[in-house]
Ligand binder design. Structure first.
Ligand code: AMP
Length: 213
């Protein structure tokens, strides 16, 4: 199964992709996590990407396409994978179709997490992220057992630079102008599934399972 989780930042794609990865064993491929890892290691790619990310802009298509092209060839992707945060532009979606086509593979489903902007601002501004394992928490709705410490790997939790209010607005604007058109791209291919992402975590998990059944 090759599945894309589409949706605005903060819609719960990442958390649900991690849940599905634990349950079904399909790896979650998050370009955001890959870029943050490159930044924390101080690689050339990380240095180049940081400026775009900190101001809520998209990293250039060729950079993220290159990351995914390499990653999907790994052995753990042979039975399928979940793409979280990629593609984010039409050229990325076209490149993905090309890469998969050359390997005799294809996208099965694109699941769109639908949620109003007002909910996203609330979710993102309270979000805390583990820079080590990518686990996510929320200051009101999903607190870690020990303040500011990840339950899974005991690393420190931080507020991502791009989860600050002024950057959130920019990311949402970028989503609406550049990423939202992907819904029609996959609708036209008969692969789009819509999901109400305003529901509680377990209800969304159930909706994901139903969409992929
Ligand atoms: P995310 O963790 O998915 O919210 O991504 C955080 C940031 O990483 C985004 O705001 C972009 O700057 C960058 N990014 C992640 N994925 C992509 C992508 N597919 N294309 C361009 N930029 C991306």
């Amino acid at each position: 199964m090759i599945c894309i989780f589409l949706g605005p930042p903060g819609s719960g794609k990442g958390t649900q992709a991690k849940k599905l990865m634990d349950k079904r064993g399909w790896p979650q491929l998050s370009t955001g996590d890959m870029l943050r890892s490159a930044i924390s290691k101080g690689t050339q790619l990380g240095v180049a990407a940081k400026g775009f990310m900190d101001r809520g802009a998209l990293v250039p298509d060729d950079v993220v396409i290159g990351l995914i092209a390499e990653r999907i060839q790994a052995a753990d992707c042979s039975k399928g994978f979940i793409l979280d945060g990629f593609p984010r532009t039409i050229p990325q979606a076209e490149a993905l179709d090309r890469m998969l086509g050359e390997a005799g593979r294809k996208v099965d489903w694109a699941v769109l997490f639908e949620i109003p902007d007002a909910d996203l601002v609330r979710r993102l501004s309270g979000r805390r992220t583990c820079l080590n394992c990518g686990a996510m928490y929320h200051v009101d709705t999903l607190r870690p057992q020990k303040a500011d410490v990840c339950d899974k790997c005991a690393s420190k939790l931080v507020q991502r630079d791009d989860d600050r209010p002024e950057v959130i607005q920019k990311r949402l604007a970028v989503y609406h102008s550049q990423t939202a058109p992907l819904a029609d791209y996959y609708r036209n291919q008969g692969k789009l599934k819509l999901l109400d992402a305003t529901q509680g975590f377990d209800a969304v998990t159930e909706a994901v399972e139903k969409a992929l059944r």
